[in-house]
Design a protein around this ligand. Structure first.
Ligand code: GUE
Length: 286
C-alpha cells in the first residue's frame, strides 16, 4: 500500500495566499495592518529557527512583525515587562511567547499576564477555557493545523476513531476538544507514556496523531491498514530531526503527514490565521 501524502507544506502555502488577500482587504478598508509579536527568551537554536521562520511568514503575507529577544538569564520581571509592553502596543495585534521558557521562569504566570485578545497561540488560560466551553476564540495553532490538513485532504472526521498519543499543552491536551466538537464529530482517545497497551489503542484508530516526542514510537504493527497517521513529534538527534512515526508505518498507512513537511508548516500557517482573524475582529468591532 502506498500512503497518500498529507502535504502540509503545499497546504500551508495555499493558506498563506488566502491570508495575503484578507490582509490586503483589511488594510484597504482603512484598518490597522495586523502585527505579530514574538517573545523569545534564551538561545535555544531550535527556538531561534522557529521564531525566524514566523517572521519570514509574516513578511510574505503582509503582517508586520515585532521581535523581542531576551537573554537566557532574563528575570521573571523582565519577561513580564515585555508582556506589558506588547499588551499596550497598538501596533501589536497578536503575539506569542515561544515555549519552552528557561526553567527558572514561571511560564504559566507569563501566559496568564497576556491580554487574551492578543493571544495568537490560543494558549492563554482564558482562551483554553473558551475552547472547552465552545466559545469563539483563537485556537491552538497545531491542533487547528491538524484539523485543517485533514479537511483539505478529504480525510473523513465524522464518526472517526482518533487516537492521540501525547498530553502536552500545545497539542495532545487541546486537540481532543477540537475534534470532538459537533462540527468535526470525531471520537478521541487520549493516550500518553503511561498508557498500558498503547498498540491496542492505536490499532483501533482510523486516525493516529503522534505528539509524544518519542522517536519512532509508532511502528507499522501498531496501525490499522489504511489509517491516517500524523507525525507531530520532533526530536533533535545527531542524525537530524526524528519524528514519532517509524518510517515503516508508510507501508500500512492510507494517509501520512510526515515530519518534516506535514503538521509543522500548518502550525505556522495557523498562527498567521489567528493573527489575521484577531485583526478582523477588531476591524468589525469599530
Ligand atoms: N508558543 C509556542 N507556540 C508554538 O507553536 C510552538 C512553541 N511555542 N514552541 C515550540 C513548538 C514547535 N513548533 C513548531 C512549529 C513549526 C515547525 C515546522 O515548521 N517544522 C518544519 C521544519 C522543521 C525544521 O526543519 O526545523 C516541518 O515540520 O516541516 C516545527 C515546530 C511550534 N511550537
Amino acid at each position: 500500500m502506498n500512503a497518500t501524502l498529507l502535504d502540509g507544506k503545499a497546504t500551508a502555502a495555499d493558506i498563506r495566499r488566502e491570508l495575503t488577500e484578507r490582509v490586503a482587504k483589511l488594510t484597504a478598508i482603512g484598518g490597522r495592518p495586523p502585527g505579530l509579536g514574538t517573545v523569545l527568551v534564551g538561545d535555544d537554536p531550535g527556538s531561534h529557527a522557529y521564531v525566524g521562520g514566523k517572521h519570514r511568514d509574516c513578511a510574505q503575507v503582509g503582517i508586520a512583525s515585532i521581535r523581542r529577544d531576551l537573554p537566557a538569564d532574563a528575570t521573571q520581571q523582565q519577561v513580564e515587562d515585555v508582556i506589558d509592553e506588547l499588551n499596550a502596543d497598538p501596533a501589536c495585534t497578536g503575539y506569542i511567547v515561544q515555549l519552552p521558557l528557561p526553567r527558572h521562569l514561571d511560564a504559566n504566570a507569563v501566559l496568564e499576564r497576556m491580554d487574551p485578545a492578543k493571544d495568537a497561540d490560543g494558549l492563554h488560560p482564558v482562551n483554553l477555557g473558551r475552547l472547552t466551553l465552545g466559545v469563539d476564540a483563537p485556537l491552538p495553532c497545531t491542533p487547528r493545523g491538524i484539523v485543517e490538513l485533514l479537511r483539505r485532504h478529504g480525510v473523513p472526521l465524522a464518526g472517526a476513531r482518533v487516537c492521540v498519543v501525547g498530553r502536552g499543552i500545545t497539542v495532545g491536551r487541546p486537540i481532543g476538544l477540537l475534534l470532538t466538537r459537533r462540527s468535526e464529530n470525531a471520537t478521541v482517545t487520549l493516550c500518553h507514556t503511561g498508557t498500558k497497551g498503547l498498540a491496542w489503542h492505536t490499532r483501533e484508530a482510523d486516525i493516529v496523531i503522534a505528539a509524544a516526542g518519542s522517536p519512532g514510537l509508532i511502528t507499522k504493527d501498531m496501525l490499522r491498514t489504511g489509517a491516517a497517521v500524523l507525525d507531530v513529534g520532533i526530536t533533535r538527534t545527531d542524525q537530524g530531526l526524528v519524528g514519532d512515526i517509524h518510517p515503516d508505518a508508510a507501508q500500512v498507512a492510507g494517509w501520512i503527514a510526515p515530519m518534516p513537511g506535514g503538521v509543522g508548516p500548518m502550525t505556522r500557517a495557523m498562527l498567521l490565521a489567528n493573527v489575521v482573524e484577531a485583526a478582523e475582529r477588531n476591524a468589525t468591532a469599530v
